[in-house]
Write a protein that binds this ligand. Structure first.
Ligand code: 8YV
Length: 311
């Protein structure tokens, strides 16, 4: 059995799969044992975990870092690749679950579902009318980041009778309206989905001018990373009614998110559960384990990631 370092928690049924396939060691045991460090050939981790250059440097026989997640902005890929360490992620297998969660947050937000549920539970139905919401049908929906997940959301939304818009690099093969930049996309959209990867390149991509352009009847949905949205600009815009509402599955400093969000009536929040279905997490782990097995047995990784800048 290959010796691997596990960094990150996996539910017990998934942990059993890891333990069946590999000799697993914790960061603590590896940190205190030089002999063990020299035996570690792989790391299994999750997308919300930072993997430091310092850790990689302490593992002389490390061959692969496999994250059970699609996001990899917390792994120093260039540093790893330069030391012959392959980095892998789990693209594709989580797209459906993330798209489903994105659409359900959006529908829950524009139809005021959490408030409606509370309205019934609090027995208000007998004496009050629940406020009107707004329809999805006929809306202009902007997709920021037409990767697998962005396109998955667009194709799932087209049957709802919406107008689909996007910005970024032109994709003539796609039947959606293209806008030259993010602000003009936001200005044209009623609902804006944020589906770009995290990392320095997209930090605070959604800022005050973009939210201003989205406007007082606009909704924003973020299922990518908290870092992509300027959160203080978002909170200000929500408080001032500069946008209608926000659906958020990701935040800065998860799980210790900004408490100012808690009292905002016009948002729907979920605890980074985009890929959190039994089926999806099992598929993510299987691919992560298959990547480990492939590289450690001398075969090419199934889904390697590379530092785009150094390619
Ligand atoms: C996480 C995600 O992996 O895949 C990603 O990039 O953000 C999620 O699927 C999951 O939340 C575990 O950290």
């Amino acid at each position: 059995m290959y010796n691997i370092l596990q960094i990150g928690y996996f539910p017990k049924e998934l942990q059993a799969r890891i333990d069946k396939a590999f000799q697993c060691h914790t960061a603590e045991s590896v940190a205190s044992d030089a002999g063990l460090r020299s035996k570690i050939e792989g790391i299994i981790t999750r997308s919300n975990i930072v993997i430091s250059e310092e850790l990689i440097s302490t593992l002389p026989h490390l061959k692969v870092i496999s994250t059970a997640g699609v996001g990899h902005e917390l792994i120093p890929i260039k540093f790893a690749n330069e030391r012959g360490v392959v980095v892998t992620n789990t693209p594709g297998v989580l797209d459906a679950a993330v798209c489903e969660l994105a659409i359900c947050i959006m529908l829950g937000l524009i139809r005021k579902l959490p408030a409606a549920d509370r309205f019934v539970r609090e027995g208000k139905w007998r004496t009050q009318d629940f406020p009107m919401a707004t329809s999805l049908s006929g809306k202009a929906v902007g997709i920021v980041g037409l990767g697998r997940i962005g396109q998955g959301i667009a194709s799932r939304l087209s049957p709802f009778g919406v107008d689909l818009l996007y910005s970024g690099s032109l994709r003539p093969q796609l039947p959606y309206r293209h806008y030259p930049d993010l602000r003009s996309l936001a200005a044209a959209a009623d609902i804006l989905f944020v589906c770009v990867p995290g990392g320095a390149a997209t930090r605070k991509l959604i800022d005050a001018p973009v939210l201003e352009a989205l406007g007082p009847e606009g909704f924003i949905i973020n299922i990518s990373r908290g870092t992509v949205v300027d959160e203080s600009a978002l909170i200000d815009a929500l408080k001032a009614g500069k946008i209608e509402g926000a659906g958020l599955d990701v935040f800065n400093d998860e799980p210790d998110i900004n408490p100012e969000f808690f009292n905002l009536p016009n948002i729907v929040m979920t605890p980074h559960i985009g890929s959190a279905t039994q089926e999806t997490r099992e598929a993510m782990l299987c691919l992560a384990l298959d990547n480990l097995n492939a590289v450690l047995s001398g075969a090419p990784a199934l889904t390697p990631v590379f530092d785009l800048k150094s390619r």
